[in-house]
Design a binder for this molecule. Sequence first.
Ligand SMILES: Cc1cc2nc3c(=O)[nH]c(=O)nc-3n(C[C@H](O)[C@H](O)[C@H](O)COP(=O)(O)OP(=O)(O)OC[C@H]3O[C@@H](n4cnc5c(N)ncnc54)[C@H](O)[C@@H]3O)c2cc1C
Length: 660
Amino acid sequence: MTDTAVPENTLPDSDGTEQFHSVGADLRDTTAPSGPIQERWDKRKFEAKLVNPTNKRRLSVIIVGTGLAGASAAATLGEAGYQVKNFCYQDSPRRAHSIAAQGGINAAKNYRNDGDSTYRLFYDTVKGGDFRSRESNSYRLAQVSANIIDQCVAQGVPFAREYSGLLDNRSFGGVQVSRTFYARGQTGQQLLIGAYQALERQIGAGTVEMNTRHEMLDLIVVDGKARGVVVRDMVTGAIETHFADAVVLASGGYGNVYFLSTNAMGCNVTATWRAHRKGAYFANPCYTQIHPTCIPVSGDHQSKLTLMSESLRNDGRIWVPKKKGDERAASDIPEDERDYYLERRYPAFGNLVPRDIASRAAKTACDEGFGVGPGGLGVYLDFADAIKRLGRDTVEEKYGNLFDMYARITGENPYETPMRIYPAIHYTMGGLWVDYDLQSNIPGLFVTGEANFSDQGANRLGASALMQALADGYFVLPNTIGDYLAGGGFEKVDESHPAAREAKAAVEERINKLLAVNGERTVDSFHKELGQIMWEYCGMERTAGGLMKAIALLRELKDEFWKDVKVTGVNEDLNQTLERAGRVADFFELGELMCIDALVRSESAGGHFRAESQTEDGEALRNDDEFAHVAAWESGGDTPVLHKEPLEFEYIEMKQRSYK
Ligand SMILES: Cc1cc2nc3c(=O)[nH]c(=O)nc-3n(C[C@H](O)[C@H](O)[C@H](O)COP(=O)(O)OP(=O)(O)OC[C@H]3O[C@@H](n4cnc5c(N)ncnc54)[C@H](O)[C@@H]3O)c2cc1C
């Protein structure tokens, strides 16, 4: 942690949050249909204008991202006949971060006949998100979930099957049914291969132009509409402009603002942040998900954390010793001296409580001195009972690759000693604000997958991110973008347009500015310090004082970054330091907005836990009178503008979440 002192004059009164922001007009989602919730999506699809097949060939769409959200959208729009230009910063679309997803994808198929339904998945999502998502969106997500499985099976995705040959299911946190479809611990990889095959088919057919190793660095807005992007060719350094009739950002989440996270090292916020700076609202940035089952941090050298999939909580039991500071080996601690604290505190859901609750419970156990392993920052995830009940072979069949990964990283054998786990940053529920059509407040700019502020509210249930990414890309966007494109009126734009020239010049200027600093400190050392500030003050627990301190520290560190960062090499070459420097510069600005959002939202909800707002037994305490809204932020430098979109609950009664 930095020991930089906070200048006194930057510390406001404890309730002086207004100096960090201003409040703009309320926001409304004008595309959200009304009527019975079961009929809203069909109604919207029917009312949307259609583009006839011949006209589709004349319309173009840029899609930034080739993860599940981007690849599924590019393949589907290409198949529909649009001209698609697809971008990613990896050397192959198949290397998008989605490939890391392990545990599974939810769908309300009710194959287990255990009482599941579209309505129950909708209910679980709204409750799981602590009543901070839109009912219409969550219902549509649940509705479309069943189509995703059919689509993926048709593509040949090898979902696990049970003995009878039917697709198998398992359970994830926050639910009491089994609705998670999976392919061992490699679900994301198999789903992405399915989407990638469909994408490659379109590349072969000439409907999709693929641009790998191209990083979007700005959005081009012409007459108020999104019409293109500025990208850097990451191999030659060439700054290029590309144009289309609409732009889709499917650029993933921003968890790496914390430096250490379970996200792929390349994940960053630049695409959405640059769009934000061009006018797109950023919604609920403080909603971050901290996953309870990650391998604990082992030292200063680490640049990444490893997730142990939530699926492990189906069979693993979480416990800590009942005695503080107990240093005995797990196997020497008898049964009656173990505290299976989730089973004790939440008997109805046990080890399968939602992530926010499991993470906080682990933190509490460790803070109170019951943690295990180095520094007491760990709890046990124990498979001894499962191995006794199911046999080692079955456990190996279900989770083998995860166990192998754990053994490789820790040098411990999880079949013999319990795994040690601790919470880590994993997913971001915040993102660019979109309406029901997935369109941002900039006409023609659509945002899908983890990059949008999502249907998940203040906490995402496990196995629901893949569901959302594919729902958006295969089913929602292909229907809604047509309504926009059918409106037509897209005048030809090229690189000579003043808006394009201006955007390109701004990108070049920023790159030159980064290269010109020529200071002493590495980009990574700044990123690490930024991450420490975020984790300490805007991590698992937040307070007004801590957040104000974080804002002051971030501002100071950002100034230092622009005076002392050392970016080696030149632009006209492969230059990973330059790439990282640009991303970290954006993370500084995002981090500040996250802290402001967290400060202004003085309630607790889902993953956003304000220590000042908790129930007697330490659960998140919402304040529905003041905060039942989406916080959509307009860029405004040091004082961003807050627009509130009120949330209405017609179907599910808002009450204190209980998993007891
Ligand atoms: C370890 C791990 C395991 C997970 N397991 C599960 C699970 O089991 N179930 C589940 O539901 N969810 C899981 N998740 C969450 C889930 O994987 C992600 O939320 C989801 O894959 C995001 O998909 P996406 O398409 O939105 O973004 P991504 O897959 O992150 O793709 C982003 C794309 O955007 C491109 N891009 C980004 N910025 C730029 C730019 N500036 N210019 C050009 N291209 C850019 C990238 O190149 C990439 O192609 C897991 C997450 C992690 C970290």
